[in-house]
Design a protein around this ligand. Structure first.
Ligand code: AP5
Ligand code: MG
Ligand code: ZN
Length: 215
């Protein structure tokens, strides 16, 4: 199944995608994760992307679209994927439609994670991620069993560079109108399912399962 997760920063896309992708046995493709990995490895892509991630701005479409196309052409994505954090602009959505045409495939579900911005600010402020395996936690809503340590791999938990308050505000500002444009775009195509992301992790997961199972 070819799925897209849309939603503002902190709505829970990454957390839910990780689990659902495991269950459906399809890759979780998160553009933010690809950029962060490239930055930590110091590749050309990482050098191009760094200043945008650090400041909460969007990486230019021409860099992002090519990268996603390459990723979707890899073999493990042939049986489906969850795209998390892409598309984020109308030109990206149009590019994705073209990529799918070229690959003779179709997007089946666009899931929009909806939640008020006050909630998102709290979620991002309390987010911690594993410096080794990338697993995401929240100091209150989803804490590790031992403070500061990843349950899965024992790695050290850190705060994402762009989760500092000023950058969070900027990220919400940058994405607000663009996300709404994408909601309108996919609504017109009749592909959009909106879920209430301002619920517990478990409740969001249930809504997501229903969204994916519905015809
Ligand atoms: P990216 O990494 O995609 O960041 P984002 O969109 O800002 O989204 P987040 O990862 O912050 O939020 P999420 O929805 O995944 O939430 P999570 O599950 O972690 O992008 C980073 C940067 O890369 C961008 O700023 C940009 O520079 C660049 N970039 C990426 N894609 C791009 C593109 N397409 N074009 C251009 N540039 C691009 O959850 C958040 C927290 O809440 C966690 O602590 C979690 O434990 C907790 N939580 C989750 N769900 C719940 C719940 N239901 N109840 C309580 N707590 C919850
Ligand atoms: Mg994420
Ligand atoms: Zn870990």
């Amino acid at each position: 199944m070819n799925i897209v997760f849309l939603g503002l920063p902190g709505t829970g896309k990454g957390t839910q995608a990780e689990e659902l992708a495991g269950e459906l046995r399809i890759p979780h493709i998160a553009t933010g994760d690809i950029f962060r990995q490239a930055i930590s490895q110091g590749t050309d892509l990482g050098k191009k992307a760094k200043k945008f991630l650090d400041s909460g701005e969007l990486v230019p479409d021409e860099v992002t679209c090519g990268m996603v196309k390459e990723r979707l052409m890899q073999e493990d994505a042939a049986s489906g994927f969850i795209l998390d954090g892409f598309p984020r602009t109308l030109p990206q959505a149009e590019a994705l439609d073209r990529i799918m045409d070229e690959l003779n495939r179709e997007l089946e579900k666009i899931v929009f994670f909806s939640a008020p911005e006050e909630v998102l600010v709290m979620r991002l402020a309390g987010r911690r991620v594993c410096s080794e395996c990338g697993t995401t936690y929240h100091i209150e809503h989803n804490p590790p069993s031992q403070e500061g340590i990843c349950d899965k791999c024992g790695g050290k938990l850190i705060q994402r560079e762009d989760d500092r308050e000023e950058t969070v505000v900027r990220r919400l500002q940058v994405n607000r109108d663009k996300t709404q444009q994408l909601v309108n775009y996919y609504e017109k195509q009749g592909k959009l399912t909106t879920i209430d992301a301002d619920r517990s992790l478990e409740e969001v997961k249930i809504q997501l399962k229903e969204a994916v199972a519905s015809p």
